[in-house]
Design a protein. Structure first.
Ligand SMILES: C[S@@+](CC[C@H](N)C(=O)[O-])C[C@H]1O[C@@H](n2cnc3c(N)ncnc32)[C@H](O)[C@@H]1O
Length: 256
């Protein structure tokens, strides 16, 4: 992960800047940005938003940030409507591992990218990182992740919702160009085995079982889904790892 954030942050002057981190999630990316702000003299401010940011998560993120917390403002906000920020008020937007949730249907992601463009100063940077989905389970290494992710997507579809929809790098680059960004650096980080998977799988199973419980479908379908959840969970536990999908980074600038 160090190498990944090294590329994300490479070449960026983080002195006297206002940075928007969209979205903060568990605070992983905010941590690396705040650390770099500190290393460059501590003169910048990071506004880290998320549309799901209860106090308990704010407290956890603050604990994780430790001494770097002083550079970070945590705020509950929707990326599609950042009206608390004026036009051209932000120097850098970081959008790490989030566009898959901003793309529930064709063209929706454009609205989020347009909102980033609105709040950015002319010449401001937008850094997007995202994942390339595991396309098939032909490779046994990929099967656990493929099953976990696609089962989650299917359960969300049965609720009439979208869990995640992964735009590919060329599609995002095309959208960025349409909106007025120029991509100046990009890199793909290959998929890798993750051996710290237990906590993530426990959380996944709890969430999925809760979602199935609330589905408006018959008990036969719900029982079959519960069985698949248990089997997918057991498979990953038995494999002893979970595949991290390949990641891409697009670094771009607002042209005007
Ligand atoms: C995978 S997490 C981001 C990870 C984070 N960058 C980190 O490093 O820990 C994705 C986050 O996007 C948030 N999110 C999804 N849609 C959003 C929206 N429309 N506005 C704001 N946050 C959103 C979710 O609540 C979730 O916390």
């Amino acid at each position: 992960m160090e190498e990944f954030y090294e590329f994300v942050l490479e070449g960026l002057d983080l002195r006297n800047k206002v940075i928007l981190d969209a979205a903060v999630g568990a605070g992983e990316s905010t941590y690396f940005w705040a650390k770099r702000v500190h290393e460059q003299g501590g003169s910048s401010k990071i506004i880290s938003v998320d549309n799901d940011l209860p106090q308990v998560w704010k407290d956890r993120i603050k604990t994780k940030l430790g001494e770097y917390s002083k550079y970070v403002e945590l705020k509950e906000a929707d990326i599609f409507n950042l009206s608390f920020l004026k036009d051209g008020s932000i120097d850098i937007v970081n959008c790490d591992d989030t566009i898959v949730f901003l793309n529930p249907k064709p063209l929706k992601l454009l609205l989020a990218l347009k909102e980033f463009e609105r709040v950015l100063k002319s010449g401001g940077h937008l850094i997007i990182t995202s994942e390339i989905p595991v396309e098939s389970y032909d490779n046994p290494d990929n099967e656990g992740q493929w099953r976990r992710w696609n089962l989650a997507k299917a359960i969300y579809n049965l609720k009439g919702e979208i869990w995640s929809s992964e735009p590919l790098p060329d599609e995002v680059k095309f959208a960025l160009q349409l909106i007025g960004f120029r991509v100046y650096a990009e890199r793909i980080f290959p998929e890798s085995k993750n051996f710290k998977y237990q906590e993530c799988m426990n959380e996944w199973k709890t969430m999925m079982l809760k979602d199935v419980e609330e589905l408006p479908w018959n008990t036969y379908l719900k029982d079959a889904l519960r069985k698949e959840i248990e089997e997918t969970y057991s498979k990953v536990m038995k494999d002893g790892y979970l595949m991290n999908p390949a990641l891409y980074v697009l670094k771009c600038k607002k042209e005007k």
